[in-house]
Design a protein around this ligand. Structure first.
Ligand SMILES: Nc1ncnc2c1ncn2[C@@H]1O[C@H](COP(=O)(O)OP(=O)(O)OP(=O)(O)O)[C@@H](O)[C@H]1O
Length: 459
């Protein structure tokens, strides 16, 4: 009954007006390119972490700490890349910034001045030792599904104008077993760099669902090899640290050229592409992410046992479980799982199923919080390329204006929270709500359209 009432309320509050329009949608979609106006970006050198956070704020709601951590990590990484490349060029007697200052340099390159042009020729990659002045610092991002992990990394790659590839750790297996080799993430990066090995070798590799490659059990024997878990962790070690990876120069399997040779086909130079590429990963930033369900329990268990230093046991032995081991304001029953995750230590990840060598290659760890109803509302309406702006633009192409009342938006957000899945749920709800409208509107002469209870019940 309550549910029914809520539906009715939503139907009343959710009005879709349509009328013939000559103008485009009021909302800006696709989002404009900041790099053109340079408002966020410096005219020379790398964008500072503060500038990167400001840029992220335009697209990503909340997650303030993760924005800060990632911006600092990315800034340090590319500072390191520039230093390494300059050192390499010094050794090889070339001017590292000569190309970057050329007239055709786009403004984005001013953040990261054409690293691809500063890298050594392919043939030398196999034989040389990568120059490395600073230690590499890859990043681990922990957070619930649909909270913005991929979005953060992708947005940073876009502002830095570096190639970005997304891979799913669940599809990886140890070399020689059925499944994808970990090298595929580098091949995807090369593809994202339009088969330019120089660009690829300074890109960002994003590997999602990394919690799924946690060791299955501590009693793995030779006969029951953990080829999708520990085997994958082992395989990623050298790549994450920096090694030369050989990948195939095959065309993307699902992207054949069109008969007319136009569209999303292979680049014109596909025929001249070498069979193999050697990509040095020393300057590739690896961002690994996952939801890590159950990790909070591991942290909680460690903290409640007490450990050396800040969380050492200070309570008497006979105290009850909740107050054991903490100062009063740190008691476990007052901690939400997200706060617990902020206290994560490498030992917790080892306990969770990662080998220490793997974790030590991820010195930067950050956590994302679940999104609140307020966050979801801002995602729907405020951010660049928000869902509302997308649907407004979509209806605008049919000459129709669509409006959403504040209360309707609130109801949609509440439903998304109920469903779980973070911001991902929003699109599904919108699709269901607007299905009939999207069916009727194109080619329709009706100038008014409203949703009925039947439409909303489908959500
Ligand atoms: N904090 C956020 N701000 C703005 N949009 C967001 C945010 N979080 C999620 N979204 C939206 O939800 C979509 C999915 O987000 P994203 O892919 O970043 O989730 P994720 O945390 O990587 O989830 P998963 O672990 O399932 O891959 C994004 O395309 C974006 O539109």
């Amino acid at each position: 009954m309550l549910l029914r009432l809520s539906y009715t309320w939503r139907v009343r509050s959710f009005r879709v007006f349509s009328r013939n329009l000559q103008t485009q949608a009021q909302y800006e979609y696709p989002p404009r390119d900041d790099q053109d106006d340079g408002s966020f970006l410096p005219r020379s050198g790398l964008a500072t972490p503060r500038q990167l956070v400001r840029y992220l704020d335009e697209y990503v709601v909340g997650q303030e700490n993760a924005k800060k951590v990632l911006s600092v990590a990315v800034f340090n990484h590319y500072t390191r890349v520039r230093a390494n490349l300059a050192a390499f060029e010094d050794e090889n007697g070339a001017d590292p910034w000569a190309e970057a200052s050329s007239d055709d340099a786009v403004s984005s390159a001013q953040i990261h001045p054409h690293p691809q042009r500063l890298l050594p020729h392919q043939s030398s990659l196999q034989h040389r030792q990568p120059v490395s002045l600073f230690e590499k610092s890859n990043v681990l991002v922990i957070g619930p599904t649909g909270s913005g992990k991929t979005l953060l990394a992708r947005t940073l790659a876009r502002v830095l104008d570096v190639p970005f590839s997304v891979s799913d750790a669940t599809s990886f297996t140890q070399a020689g077993y059925v499944g994808e080799d970990v090298d595929m993430c580098i091949q995807r990066l090369l593809q994202a760099a339009n088969w330019d090995p120089y660009r690829a070798s300074t890109g960002i590799v994003y590997i999602d669902e990394v919690d799924k490659i946690a060791r299955k059990s501590s009693t793995t024997t030779e006969s029951s090899r953990d080829v999708g878990g520990e085997g994958v962790q082992q395989a990623l070690l050298r790549m994450m640290e920096g090694s030369v990876v050989t990948v195939q120069g095959k065309p993307p399997p699902l992207d054949p050229p069109t008969p007319a040779g136009r569209g999303r086909g292979m680049p014109a130079t596909a025929q001249q592409r070498p069979d193999t590429y050697h990509i040095d990963t020393s300057n590739v930033l690896f961002v690994l992410s996952g939801a890590f369900v159950g990790l909070d329990t591991v942290v909680k268990r460690r903290v409640s046992k007490g450990s050396i230093g800040f969380t050492a046991t200070i309570a008497p032995k006979d105290e009850d479980e909740d107050s054991k081991g903490f100062m009063p304001f740190f008691t476990s029953n007052r901690r939400s799982s997200e706060n617990l995750l902020e206290m994560i230590e490498p030992a917790d990840l080892v306990k969770y199923g990662f080998i220490p060598e793997f974790i030590s290659r991820l010195p930067t760890i950050t956590t994302l919080s679940p999104l609140s109803t307020q966050d979801l509302r801002r995602i729907l309406t405020d951010v660049r390329g928000s869902l509302i702006s997308q649907y407004t633009a979509l209806f605008g192409y049919s000459g129709v204006e669509i409006r959403f009342t504040t209360i309707a938006i609130h109801q949609i957000c509440l439903r998304a929270v109920e469903r779980g899945g973070g911001a991902r749920g929003l699109r599904g709800i919108m699709e269901s709500l607007l299905l009939d409208a999207m069916y009727e509107v194109p080619g329709s002469v009706r100038c008014f359209f409203s949703l009925t209870t039947t439409h909303v019940n489908g959500v």
